[in-house]
Design a protein around this ligand. Structure first.
Ligand SMILES: [Ca+2]
Ligand SMILES: [Ca+2]
Ligand SMILES: [Ca+2]
Length: 149
């Protein structure tokens, strides 16, 4: 169960669809999940999602799913879900102060710099105001049957 949750979270991040209920285990309750995800991502509660909010949300989701002991930082063991050297490299890239763990703020900073939201937001932001509204988020999700890669 746990492994599949972790896998699901990373799969969603790669699909850059974590904003929307791609990661939910209950696909039947579509709209309310989408709405809840939106509320969670909308950190300043202004009813729209900025690039930073989407990036932070993606990072937080993955971070929380991997932070097994909930101490706010990830060890390499928590980070990796397999033995691929790529995962270790990704871990090292985020551990900016080189103390051997990735703290949440390190992950957030990295996420904002390299986050996938820079792809998702322009696609979802159909009126090009720089933010994703609830309506735009809903339309974006509806336009893509989620491909659970
Ligand atoms: Ca907002
Ligand atoms: Ca660190
Ligand atoms: Ca918009």
């Amino acid at each position: 169960m746990k492994t599949s949750q972790i896998f699901r979270a990373s799969a969603c991040a790669f699909a850059a669809l974590c904003l929307f209920p791609a990661c939910q285990t209950t696909p039947t309750s579509g709209t309310s999940d989408a709405s809840q995800e939106f509320d969670r991502a909308d950190a300043n509660h202004d009813g729209k999602l900025s690039l930073d909010e989407v990036n932070d949300h993606l990072v937080l989701r993955i971070f929380k799913s991997r932070d097994a002991n909930r101490d706010g930082s990830l060890t390499l063991a928590e980070w990796t879900t397999g033995d691929e050297p790529e995962q270790k490299r990704n871990f090292m890239k985020r551990d900016t102060n080189r103390d051997g763990v990735v703290a949440l703020n390190e992950a957030l900073v990295y996420g904002r710099k390299h986050g996938m939201a820079s792809q998702v937001v322009p696609e979802a932001d159909t009126d090009k105001d720089g933010f994703v509204s609830r309506k735009e988020a809903g339309a974006y999700y509806a336009a893509r049957e989620v491909d659970p890669r």
